[in-house]
Structure formats: structure tokens, C-alpha cells
Write a protein that binds this ligand. Structure first.
Ligand code: A2P
Length: 287
């Protein structure tokens, strides 16, 4: 990879730019300017979600950027309140309308339905997935995926999916890397994306990240972004600051050694949000 516009190829042949711009917790009213800024700076991959409440601003930012829609890889996510076939079909149309586009490049189940919600969790996910497959067949979505799934949820999905999931977006950063889930995905043709690749900013001030930043002559944020990329993972760094938006793209002039990658892999836990599919942060995640 030599720039953020270089791509990974998904198992269904769709190409995804190797670094995306994340918009989690970006308020709708500022997301327009930030997405416009990210696109004009050079990003071609934007990640949002219905639950972020900023799809309208993201769509306006895309239009305001002057970058052609077909040159942008756009992802949004299905929220837990919309589980089941009918609601899913409606949720997809609602996201398309909010974003002002007639297709998505990638659509993800934001959180799996789990045992804690219902013993029929796998069937519920299957029913939601049928809605995804319908939109895929209708040409509204170019690639289908999931987020926050672990092996158990992915294996269940693989049993009933006619169109397989080709992406799993999970929390991944130094200090919390879920390498078992990453391995399962990579062994099964599922590309991993990293949400909070900077550990939500919390790992950037650590002594260990400062040590690697100094060694490679870059910022701690760049170490985190390279760490994901060198694992074959697509990082989705978020920043509300134009200088940092630009800086986070400039990660192709150095390489973390194999030895340092292994050392970062083995770091003690830091920056973990505590959010797990079977034990999510709030009741609202279970619907
Ligand atoms: P800001 O928006 O002020 O730039 P993550 O993508 O892991 O969720 O992390 C996002 C957080 O990291 C935000 O708080 C963001 O703050 C901060 N951040 C993003 N890029 C950088 C950077 N290059 N240096 C320092 N902090 C950064």
C-alpha cells in the first residue's frame, strides 16, 4: 500500500480503499464540513452508521466535496432496533435517503443479536441478513458485512447466509487487538476493519506508544494506523481536526518491523472500551 486510495479486494471482488475516515460521535451539524474536508484532503472511504445520527451531514459532506459518488467507498450500519426482515429492508431505504445516495458500498450489522437477548439469536440475525441479501440482489448494496461479531456469531451466520459476509468491523488497536477473531476472519475470507484504531485517542499518550513514535520518527497515531494496516486490517481513524485528518493519511513512508509488530501484539490491555457483543455497554444495544 502506498496511499489511502490503494485498495484491499473483498471476497466478492469489490475494492475498498485501505484507510477510511471514521465519523463515530461526530455530530450531524459538523459532519458535513468534516466529511467534505476528509474527501478534499484525499480520503475516498467514509464510515458512518444509522446510530451515529449523522448520515444526513455525511451525505451533504459528500455532495459538498465535489468528489464523484462513484469514487467514494461509503459504509453505513444497521442498528439493533431494526432487526428482522421487514424492518431491515425499511432501514436500508431510510439510510439511503438520509445519505442522499441510491447505493451503499458496504452495509454492516452493527451489533449481533446475542443469547442475552433471545435464545433464537442466530435466527434473528438470519432474518436480518435476508433483508441485507434482498438489498444486495436489488443493487442497493455492493458488499455485505457485520460489526462486533466474534467467531461464534460469524460461524452461525455462515450457515444460513446465501451471500456471505465479506467484512467484520471490530475494535482493534494496540492494547486491544482481538487477534483470535482477526485470524478467524482472515482464514475465512472476511476482511477486518478497525474501529477506534487509535484506541479512541486513549492509547496515544502512553509511554509505549511514545517510544515507538520516537523510534520511527512519527506520531503515536501513525504507529496505530500502520499497526492495523500491517495486519491487513483497514483502519478507520476519526478526527475532528483538519490538520490531524491530513496527518493520519500520511502513513506510507515507514514500516514497523516484524519484531515491533509482535511486541505491540503482546502489549497488556489498554484503551479497551469494554464493549463486547455478549456484554454490550447499554441495554439499548440489545433492543
Ligand atoms: P480529535 O478529533 O480532536 O483529532 P479513534 O479513531 O480511535 O476513535 O480515535 C479518535 C480520537 O483520537 C479523537 O478523540 C481524536 O481527537 C483523536 N485523534 C485523532 N487523530 C489524532 C492524532 N493524529 N493525534 C492525536 N489525537 C488524534
Amino acid at each position: 500500500m502506498k496511499s489511502v486510495t490503494d485498495t484491499f479486494k473483498l471476497a466478492n471482488g469489490v475494492e475498498m480503499p485501505c484507510v477510511g475516515y471514521g465519523t463515530w460521535e461526530t455530530p450531524d451539524d459538523v459532519s458535513k464540513d468534516l466529511v467534505k474536508c476528509a474527501l478534499q484532503t484525499g480520503y475516498r472511504h467514509i464510515d458512518t452508521a444509522a446510530a451515529y445520527g449523522n448520515e444526513v451531514g455525511v451525505g451533504e459532506g459528500i455532495k459538498a466535496s465535489g468528489v464523484k459518488r462513484e469514487d467514494i467507498f461509503l459504509t453505513t450500519k444497521h442498528w439493533v432496533s431494526e432487526r428482522g426482515y421487514e424492518k431491515t429492508v425499511a432501514a436500508i431505504d431510510s439510510s439511503l435517503k438520509n445519505l442522499g445516495t441510491d447505493y451503499l458500498d458496504l452495509y454492516l450489522i452493527h451489533w449481533p443479536c446475542v443469547e442475552k437477548v433471545t435464545p433464537d439469536w442466530a435466527e434473528v440475525n438470519a432474518d436480518t441478513w435476508r433483508g441485507f441479501e434482498k438489498a444486495y440482489a436489488d443493487g442497493k448494496i455492493r458488499a455485505l458485512g457485520v460489526s462486533n461479531f466474534q467467531e461464534k456469531h460469524l460461524a452461525a451466520l455462515a450457515k444460513y447466509a446465501k451471500v456471505p459476509a465479506v467484512v467484520n468491523q471490530i475494535e482493534f488497536h494496540p492494547g486491544y487487538n482481538q487477534l483470535d477473531t482477526v485470524k478467524y476472519c482472515q482464514d475465512n475470507g472476511i476482511l477486518v476493519q478497525a474501529w477506534s484504531p487509535l484506541g479512541h485517542g486513549t492509547v496515544l499518550g502512553s509511554e509505549v506508544m511514545a517510544k515507538y513514535a520516537e523510534k520511527y520518527g512519527v506520531t503515536p497515531a501513525k504507529i496505530c494506523i500502520r499497526y492495523a494496516l500491517q495486519h491487513g486490517i483497514v483502519p478507520l481513524p476519526k478526527s475532528t481536526n483538519p490538520a490531524r485528518i491530513a496527518d493520519n493519511m500520511d502513513v506510507f513512508g515507514f514500516e514497523i518491523s516484524a519484531e515491533d509488530m509482535a511486541a505491540i501484539d503482546a502489549l497488556p490491555e489498554m484503551g479497551f472500551t469494554g464493549w463486547m457483543p455478549e456484554d454490550a455497554p447499554a441495554e439499548s444495544y440489545y433492543d
